[in-house]
Design a protein around this ligand. Structure first.
Ligand SMILES: *Cc1c(COP(=O)(O)O)cnc(C)c1O
Length: 219
């Protein structure tokens, strides 16, 4: 299946104005991305540096590329010249590298702090306590070339709505607690995917990362 514009418009209609949709195009060909581009989508999410490096030069330059996967420090340099928002900042050393590459490229790079709220061991991110102690009042001085835009979280792969709700609420709580320290650019709460976006919006998400509902399932 290529891009499903009906599904896209249905989601958009259901959303309040302050909630953005990032079209997650990982594993999908550039032709699918161009179909989505044709209906006006400019925000695309990719998970793999190598794949993004292949797609980016072939696609329109006004696309805003969101890096939503696990980012290794040694790969930051490849996406630093153009990435629009890095969603998965999961440890302080990654911030050090993003700062370094942002300086080199003479630009500021926007990031979201990834919080570990799910039960699964495999999900990356800061715990609530780690995030609350690490992100102090001085963090913005230390990282002059990083713009802290908010928080990203992934809920567990479970059906239980109460579990999902609790996880989204813990992400929202950390987002709110950090907000006074982080300033006016701290506005984005990236949570919600194809299976759980309605609940995520209910719990305060401002940014959905939707893949399979828009582009079909991945192999
Ligand atoms: C793949 C992916 C998505 C999109 O998932 P769907 O269930 O296909 O909507 C969202 N966020 C992250 C971090 C992903 O890796």
């Amino acid at each position: 299946m290529a891009f499903n514009s009906t599904a896209y418009h249905q989601i958009k209609l259901a959303l309040p104005d302050n909630v953005e949709v990032i079209a997650v195009s990982k594993t999908k060909p550039t032709s699918d991305i161009l179909e989505a581009y044709a209906v006006g989508i400019r925000d695309f999410g990719e998970n793999y540096v190598q794949e993004l490096m292949e797609k980016q030069p072939e696609l329109p330059s006004d696309i805003r590329w969101h890096f939503i996967g696990h980012l290794q420090s040694n790969k930051v340099k490849y996406i630093a010249p153009y990435v629009y928002l890095i969603h998965g900042v999961d440890k302080p050393s990654l911030l050090d590298e993003i700062q370094k590459q942002a300086v080199k490229n003479d630009r500021k790079i926007s990031v979201l702090i990834q919080l570990h709220v799910a039960q699964e061991e495999t999900k990356f991110g800061f715990s609530a306590d780690e995030a609350l102690s690490f992100f102090s009042d001085t963090i913005k001085d230390k990282y002059s070339h990083i713009i802290f835009r908010g928080v990203m979280a992934m809920a567990s792969f479970v059906e239980d709505q109460q579990v999902l709700k609790d996880e989204f609420q813990s992400a929202k709580r950390v987002f709110d607690l950090l907000s006074p320290k982080m300033g006016s650019e701290w506005r984005s709460l990236s949570m919600g995917m194809s299976s759980d976006w309605q609940l995520a919006v209910q719990e305060g998400s401002t940014m959905l990362r939707i893949g399979s509902t828009l582009f079909g399932s991945r192999n």
